[in-house]
Design a binder for this molecule. Structure first.
Ligand SMILES: NC(=O)c1ccc[n+]([C@@H]2O[C@H](COP(=O)([O-])OP(=O)(O)OC[C@H]3O[C@@H](n4cnc5c(N)ncnc54)[C@H](OP(=O)(O)O)[C@@H]3O)[C@@H](O)[C@H]2O)c1
Length: 326
């Protein structure tokens, strides 16, 4: 098969389409002919040699796919050749063939193209995990979503709305209208406004019940300050770096805060299967009725992979950057 591989770790220009051996499938696994994959921030780090794949997994980049079942392994009961599926991968999505456990694959929602289906797995699972499992966000609670126009942010806005919570985002100004149309109650221009004081005035001094953070160090103190009593801070990314300056920890005790960190990729297969099942039960009826929408910023041909990585690095996207695999 063909796949996008690296000459060596480094710049986007190190990526090329080359011939590699087909993946081998084991018990309860399926081999999928990939029609579309998508970019994730993790791919940028993996390309630079800063985020190795988990032990034993494909070294090819790509954490999600949509395509058609090409071959089924021993014991597979859910799928047959020709079924249209999508799902989260531990790696190996930037390729013509990818292997996945049968319980990690979902049917492509009715009426969805492959490009639209592949915009679901990583960002909706990440946002769903944060909102439902890690923070247990409740109806009428306020959720502050940093990087609100990111792929994960656009999924989080919609999921928060779907459970009756109040999402507020930070994003650069040009992305505010989009976030509001998607359901954000308010958008904060983090480059020119102090999100801590805006959150306080929007919540009458209470603070946010939950914060989803992907920025890390530079936001840590302000996040602690911006949380309400018994607030929960979920940290899933460090786009601003992992190290805060001197921190005053007093708000953690005073407000009885919970600090929770997680990555999806390092979770066990059983955990991911249970999460995938919960998201399927919650979201598939909403995707098929149009109440939830995967947000696609742009679609690139996989031959344009270098351009697509530069585009993500320039922070230009709102929602997902998709790659069509030929
Ligand atoms: N832990 C997990 O399991 C998990 C899984 C998936 C993703 N993630 C993380 O989730 C985050 C979002 O991923 P994504 O693929 O959805 O991202 P994305 O679509 O590429 O969007 C990222 C956006 O974040 C904003 N941003 C970038 N650097 C920033 C900074 N230093 N300060 C403030 N805003 C910044 C930019 O928007 P503006 O124009 O608004 O600045 C940028 O467009 C990443 O950190 C990623 O690693 C974590």
């Amino acid at each position: 098969m063909k796949a996008i591989t690296l000459n060596s770790f480094g710049a986007p220009e190190e990526m090329h389409i080359t011939e590699v051996p087909n993946p081998e499938i084991g018990e309860n696994e399926i081999l999928v002919r990939v029609h579309a994959t998508a970019l994730n921030r993790a791919d940028l780090l993996q390309r630079q040699g800063k985020y190795p794949p988990p032990e034993g997994e494909s070294t090819i980049m790509g954490l999600e796919m949509a395509g058609v079942v090409y071959k089924t392994g021993f014991g597979v009961s859910k799928w047959k050749e020709g079924d249209a599926v999508c799902g989260l991968l531990p790696g190996g999505g930037y390729a013509q063939l990818a292997r996945i456990h049968e319980d990690m694959a979902w049917p492509v929602p009715q009426g969805f193209s492959m490009e639209k289906a592949v915009a679901i797995p990583e960002v909706f699972l990440t946002a769903f995990q944060a909102i439902r499992l890690l923070a247990d966000l409740q109806q009428d609670e306020t959720l502050l979503i940093h990087a609100g126009a990111s792929g994960v942010g656009t999924a989080a806005i919609q999921l928060a709305k779907a459970i009756g919570a109040r999402p507020i985002v930070t994003a650069s100004k040009g992305k505010h209208d989009f976030c509001r149309k998607l359901g954000a109650a308010h958008a904060i221009d983090y480059k020119n406004e102090d999100f801590e004081s805006v959150i306080y005035s929007l919540t009458n001094g209470r603070g946010a019940d939950v914060i989803m953070d992907f920025i890390g160090g530079p936001y840590f103190q302000k996040n602690l300050n911006s949380l309400a009593l018994e607030g929960r801070l979920v940290m899933q990314g460090f786009m601003g770096g992992p190290k805060p300056a001197a921190v005053n920890l007093a708000p953690i005790l005073r407000k009885r805060l919970k600090l929770i960190g997680s990555t999806l990729r390092s979770r066990t297969l059983d955990y991911k299967i249970a999460l995938a099942k919960d998201l399927y039960n919650f979201a598939w009826p909403l995707f098929e009725s149009g109440d939830l929408k995967p947000i696609i910023d742009s679609v690139f041909d996989w031959e344009e992979i270098v351009k697509a990585h530069h585009y993500m690095e320039a922070n230009k996207n709102i929602g997902k950057i998709i790659l069509k695999v030929n």
